[in-house]
Design a protein around this ligand. Structure first.
Ligand code: MLT
Length: 262
């Protein structure tokens, strides 16, 4: 059986709870590279390649984000981490909330980026299962490759076409079996708004001002549910704010880390 997930060390260090970055779908930790580079050099930073990514797409149990959360917890504990500031973008945010539910003591701070705490609509659920079947049947990621430009702010592909090319290349490197697994795992997720409401540590909700997939209203819903949540709306970003406006996202995460350390 392959390892179910992998840890990428952006910056080592053991003195403080690391910032742990969980990526969206269908990408991997590289979607956080520019954010990690823009963070102040005072803090350990780890990226996780979640189940379904290259090298972690065979030998997987039945699809569920609980599996993803458990393997993140195992990876962190295996690395000697028992407290972390957890930041998840979109699918990574779903995993962060599952981690909070299943391993609450691991979470010292929480950043939910371009994500939602609510489950899929019936239509979105059915579409995910259709896409998972299609990707598996075709043995390619064609069914998800074309969606990149559509999830970005309109100004991103117009002004920076290289962003579309880079993100598309990440999608093309994802294994079809892993893409199908992650789609089915996301389809099965419950509403975790009540889980978010239990968290009494510092949190921030970050959203691209032009995020059409998980729009500002979803972010406001999560802030309203949070005990100590702040809202950061990132101008000039759509659904992939960590890629589109990395400096703004890094600033929001640095502020969260500082609040955890206080
Ligand atoms: C993501 O970016 O992770 C996806 O948009 C999540 C989803 O499909 O719900």
């Amino acid at each position: 059986m392959d390892t179910l997930a992998g840890l990428h060390t952006y910056r080592a260090g053991t003195d403080a709870p690391p910032l742990v970055l969980l990526h969206g779908f269908p990408y991997d930790h590289r979607m956080w590279d520019e954010v990690a580079a823009a963070l102040p050099g005072t803090h350990p930073v780890l990226g996780v390649d979640l189940p379904g990514t290259p090298g972690h797409a065979t030998g997987l149990p039945d699809p569920s984000l609980e599996v993803s959360a458990d393997v993140v917890a195992d990876l962190l504990r295996g690395a000697g981490v028992d407290r972390a500031v957890v930041a998840g973008l979109s699918m990574g945010g779903y995993v962060a909330l599952a981690l909070l539910e299943r391993h609450p003591r691991l979470v010292a701070g929480l950043a939910l980026v371009d994500t939602r705490s609510t489950p899929d609509t019936q239509a979105a659920y059915a579409n995910r299962l259709r896409v998972a079947d299609e990707v598996e049947r075709a043995g390619t990621v064609d069914a998800v490759r074309g969606g990149v430009a559509a999830v970005l702010a309109p100004s991103t592909p117009l002004g920076r076409p290289e962003v579309v090319a880079t993100v598309t290349s990440w999608v093309e490197e994802q294994p079809p079996t892993g893409v199908a697994w992650a789609q089915r795992a996301m389809a099965a997720r419950p509403d975790r708004t009540a889980v978010l409401a239990t968290f009494d540590g510092p949190s921030v909700v970050v959203v691209g001002a032009e995020d059409a997939l998980t729009p500002v209203e979803e972010a406001e819903h999560m802030v309203a549910a949070s005990q100590h949540g702040r809202l950061v709306v990132v101008p000039g970003a759509g659904h992939l704010s960590s890629v589109e406006q990395s400096a703004d996202v890094a600033e929001a995460l640095a502020d969260l880390v500082a609040r955890v350390q206080r």
